[in-house]
Design a protein. Structure first.
Length: 186
């Protein structure tokens, strides 16, 4: 089972042998995390920030799983009422609150994928777990959150930003060299 959290979408796939058993695409990804951070800062602080600031907040303080360690950082934005640049403080707890809804929607989609999985594959998935790929896999504690909510082993792929593209290239090479196909369950 692979969960690829990209900028605009999250792809969930279950593969077996040379076939795709299940796939789903959600319009949830890193961009939505950024949008939620922008909305949170506007609502809680009365400050407007841009996408690059939201992304920096996500990268520096983003976490999906509750921790006892509190991280704080100062950022700059524009005060809505006064129209002037101002500073504000964000914590990892604030960011987790801001992105909680899309995170839980991804977890819910993973659960649905597991419910749709043929029984003979469920044992394999419960043993081998799932792999997180894409930029969203770099969000601190996302693997722990999915593990807690699904009771599956979860690991982040080596080099999650490029592994899907490299894997696709390997499969294409295998197909052309061995004249094999990749079968879809659909």
């Amino acid at each position: 089972m692979v969960v690829d959290i990209g900028g605009g979408t999250t792809e969930i796939a279950i593969m077996s042998l040379n076939g795709l058993v299940y796939s789903n695409s959600l319009r949830i990804g890193g961009d939505m995390f950024d949008d939620n951070i922008i909305k949170f800062v506007r609502k809680e602080h009365g400050i407007i920030i841009g996408e690059s600031t939201a992304e920096k907040i996500k990268e520096e303080l983003g976490s999906a799983f509750e921790t006892n360690v509190i991280k704080k950082m100062d950022f700059k934005g524009r005060d809505i009422a006064k129209g002037i640049p101002v500073g504000f403080e964000m914590t990892n707890t604030n960011v987790r609150e801001a992105i909680q809804e899309p995170l839980l929607n991804i977890v819910s989609a993973v659960r649905i994928a597991l419910e749709q999985t043929p029984p003979e594959l469920s044992a394999d998935i419960s043993e081998n777990g799932l792999v997180l790929t894409g930029g969203g896999a770099l969000l601190e504690g996302f693997d722990k959150l999915i593990n807690k909510e699904t009771n599956l082993p979860v690991r982040v792929a080596d080099d999650p930003l490029t592994c899907v593209a490299r894997g696709g290239g390997i499969v294409l090479e295998m197909i052309s060299q061995h004249d094999i196909g990749f079968l879809s369950a659909e």
